[in-house]
Write a protein that binds this ligand. Structure first.
Ligand code: FES
Length: 142
């Protein structure tokens, strides 16, 4: 085998053997909102510090969009909903002053628990279980 051909094949082979490792190492970087799943189904979606600084955690995760706030009735409890409007799928916006999710598309309004206040939506927002472990805020499907 010629030296030049040997070096070319060796180089391609070496590159091919490192490619899967490089792809695996970069895959987590390709999902900026990837949350880490635990064995009990909970996902870490942020920290207590994030929540208390912003008043809300808003994330798109593998189990859906999540909007999370502290309960107005008991701040130790967390309330997490999917902020996607159940009318036609627009993203609602959290109104902290009125403690409601407001849909910019057709005016639907939901309370902090995701219950319909004003139509045209008829169904409540989807909810999640939410909890705190240490400084981590976790959610899972209800
Ligand atoms: S999509 Fe929200 S009110 Fe229509």
């Amino acid at each position: 085998m010629e030296r030049r051909k040997f070096l070319m094949l060796f180089g391609v082979g070496t590159l091919a053997s490192y490619l899967p490792v490089a792809i695996a190492a970069c895959s987590s970087l390709l999902k900026p909102d990837a949350a880490s799943a635990q064995s009990d189904g909970f996902l870490v979606v942020g920290t207590v510090t994030d929540l208390d600084n912003a008043g809300q955690i808003l994330r798109d995760t593998e189990i859906g969009s999540i909007a999370l706030v502290r309960s107005p009735d008991n701040p130790q409890n967390l309330i997490a909903v999917d902020p996607t409007c159940t009318h036609q799928g627009c993203k609602t916006n959290w109104d902290n002053n009125n403690q409601s999710y407001n849909c910019p598309c057709h005016g639907a309004k939901f309370d902090v628990y995701g219950n319909v206040i004003n139509g045209p939506a008829r169904n409540s927002l989807k909810t999640y279980d939410a909890t705190i472990q240490g400084n981590s805020v976790l959610v899972r499907r209800s």
